[in-house]
Design a protein around this ligand. Structure first.
Ligand code: ATP
Ligand code: MG
Length: 398
């Protein structure tokens, strides 16, 4: 079919042609912002889900909603290599500049700027005009206290400007535990003071434990909507609606094949849609087209999406992942994985933790470990079809 009008959009954070099945989350987010704008307190949302379910897309959409409601927003992504002060300083600076543009009486913004400058100094963040290590009496060097003061001052500045400051952070699971604890403490204070500052986060499923471990009251501060695969109705809409706008239809069997293969995972739906569009010569798209798309989509994913993730693991982490794959897509018992590798639980634990830290796996429950990438177990088995559990190897050697 006409390649130029291929409507599907596989790619990290790329807005889908049809944002299917997420109405509830978007409505909740909008209500939170409106409540806070009206001076009420509200829980923050942290979107939790596996790779490719559409968290970043949702966070971007919430950012848009907030802007349309007249808020000043700051959206950014955490990573493993930067501390929270490093992440926040530049972003909060830009947020304050936006607040400053709303010229009004009062020196709240100025106060927040000064605090931010002192904050950058004491946590040695080198950024633009903050390069100088000014500290001073405004900050203590204790991240929890200083971040709380800083966030409160930003909330007060937003209040004085009659707006809501909205901070959206993606990949929150990469924030280190102590930093996360400080962030939660700051948000707790904001909520107690009913200041117009709202936080939205997104990350991998282990985040709920991480936040709980960092601060026990985090359950009362956040709700964690799960972002999962789309239900069949949503998955059909994600495929059918964009095509319909180009006057292209799907036969029922074609849809069934794609739903079956993708299991409703948004990223996979875009990949399959994009392939089947290229393969089909005319409308309607048939089951034969869909089966061919499955072959090509799987091959393409193996060569890129799965492979890059696999290659980010060291050899021993790859072996750990391969052993996990023996348990299919269900969470594996860490002890059983260790056994397969011929390791004690204690020996295997640091490897498991590395794989988790890299964002490839998470622990849905104590003692269990699962992949964060949907269908990764199947890929591992395609990439390394013969896995010999350690015991068998030993038997051969002995
Ligand atoms: N509701 C949806 N309906 C259809 N397609 C969607 C939907 N949400 C996201 N997508 C598509 O899925 C893909 C992945 O989206 P996104 O990058 O937001 O996922 P993610 O959860 O942030 O993944 P990661 O954890 O890897 O960052 C994109 O191609 C996007 O267009
Ligand atoms: Mg993302």
């Amino acid at each position: 079919m006409d390649l130029i009008n291929n409507p599907y959009s596989p790619g990290a954070g790329v807005p889908p042609p049809e944002l299917a099945g997420r109405e509830n989350i978007l409505r909740d987010a909008e209500n939170i912002i409106k409540r806070v704008r009206n001076g009420h307190s509200s829980q923050s949302l942290i979107l939790l889900g596996l790779r490719g379910v559409g968290k970043t897309v949702l966070l971007n959409r919430i950012d848009q909603i907030a802007e349309n409601l007249g808020c000043e927003t700051s959206i950014f992504e955490a990573d493993m290599d930067r501390t929270l002060p490093q992440l926040l300083t530049q972003q909060l600076h830009r947020l304050l500049l936006k607040l400053d543009r709303r010229k009004r009486m009062g020196d709240e913004v100025q106060k927040a700027f000064s605090l931010l400058q002192a904050f950058a100094g004491v946590f040695r963040v080198h950024y633009g005009e903050f390069q100088v290590g000014v500290s001073g009496s405004m900050v203590t060097g204790d991240l929890s206290l200083d971040l709380t003061d800083l966030m409160v001052s930003i909330g007060e500045a937003a209040k004085a400007r009659n707006t809501v400051a909205v901070i959206l952070v993606d990949e929150v699971q990469y924030i280190a535990k102590n930093d996360l604890g400080a962030l939660i403490m700051a948000l707790h204070k904001i909520s107690q003071r009913q200041l117009p500052l709202v936080f939205f986060g997104a990350g991998l499923p282990q985040l709920a434990h991480l936040a709980g471990d960092a601060k026990s009251y985090s359950e009362r501060l956040f709700t964690y909507p799960g972002v999962g695969p789309l239900d069949p109705e949503g998955a059909r809409a994600a495929l059918v609606e964009p095509a319909r706008r180009e006057n292209v239809e799907f036969e029922k069997d074609a849809l069934d094949e794609i739903l079956n293969q993708t299991e409703g995972y948004p990223f996979f739906l875009q990949v399959w849609g994009s392939h089947v569009w290229r393969i089909a010569e005319k409308s309607p798209i048939t089951a034969v087209d869909a089966v061919e798309a499955s072959k090509r989509a799987e091959a393409a994913l193996d060569e890129s999406f799965f492979k890059v993730r696999f290659e980010r693991l060291t050899e021993r982490q790859q072996q750990y992942a391969r052993a996990m794959a023996e348990f299919g897509d269900a969470p594996a018992n860490s002890t059983a994985v260790a056994n397969l590798l011929g390791l004690t639980v204690k020996q295997a634990a640091p490897i498991r933790d590395e794989v988790i830290k890299k964002g490839m796996a998470f622990s849905p429950k104590r003692g269990l470990v699962a992949f964060t990438v949907p269908k990764f177990d199947e890929y591992m088995k395609r990439a390394a079809p013969t896995f010999k559990p350690a015991e068998t190897k030993e038997n051969h050697n002995g």
